[in-house]
Design a binder for this molecule. Sequence first.
Ligand code: F3S
Length: 395
Amino acid sequence: MFLTKEEQEMCDGEYGETIRKSMDILVALGDIYGASGLVDITSAQVSGVSYKTIGDAGLEYLQDLARDGSGKATINASLNPPGTDLDNWEELGFPKDFAIKQNEIVDAYADLGISKTCTCTPYLVGNVPRFRDHVSWSESSAVAYVNSVIGARTNREGGPAALAAAIVGKTPLYGFHLDENRKANLVVNVTTDLKGADFGALGYIIGKVVGGGVPYFKLQNAPNNNNLKTLGAALASSGSVALYHMENITPEYQLAGEEDVEDIMFISDKEIAETRESLTTTDKEIDLVCLGCPHASLEEIKEVASIVQGKTIKNKLWICTSVSVKATADRMGYTKIIESAGGNVVCDTCMVVAPIEDMGFEVIGVNSAKAANYVPSMCGLDVVYDDVENLVKFQ
Ligand code: F3S
């Protein structure tokens, strides 16, 4: 891979150990994938935050990197969800030892210049690249959103690679950074109107079919941004989709080369209904309804508040979101309505990266196909997949 004189000096350690180690990662990746060189980025989103997934080894690696003090992110770089609500972990019943380690991890990232935004929807809270910007994002649903809905360019980076890119301000130029790899290779004709959890079901079906490919959707009804984030998360969890196009909706659909695609699929209400059903793993009662995968927008919190207003919830209810979105929900009175009904607006974490299996829950109700896909494998718990209004039960 071609390196400029300055980049070579970074590799040689002339800018300090943190930058040298970061360049090692970027150059190795670039060499593996045949990148022509490095490209400047405007934004990073760094995963690998939960103590549940990175453990003590990850914490030590980050503290080591931060201790050197020679490199910090210089671009807009934000952190993915950790395993706890960083401020209210005690009140919500998170294990203390876990919470202490979790805070140490987030502090180490902050020392490396990664903001404690702690969300998989950074595009809702100020980390919003421009169309065609090169970026380095690593959480898979966020990658699908930023590539598809915003039209910025990233590969599905691993956490260490996104961190390295944030510190150096560059990423290897290959894959989805290049026009030729952003073409569609499957056309999906949806023959029925979709709403709510149908979008997750659609993403789950197509992710399995297309793997790491680029689907091009033709829908009967126009989705909103919440539907698009749900769809992208599902595509990225049952497959490894990093980019999709949607006719008349996403910014690059006219460049996707849909007219040359030979693979065409039709999805009817029958497939959507069967998939919705297949994502539920039990007929037992739900103990925790957990919404906000990907992290909830203000509109989604508002919708939940309107459903539970003036009622008392039977099962527990968490709506996971960023601390920034919750601050506005507090101001709007939505948090108070939800808390008065017995629910919680939970910051930072989510049902997959939190240690919910150690918190006495057995059956989790979700409206996200990504969560339905991961909760059984990552937490060992059963799930019920449905729309919010069917999941929340009242006394
Ligand atoms: Fe976000 Fe957790 Fe879902 S990181 S996309 S809420 S699994």
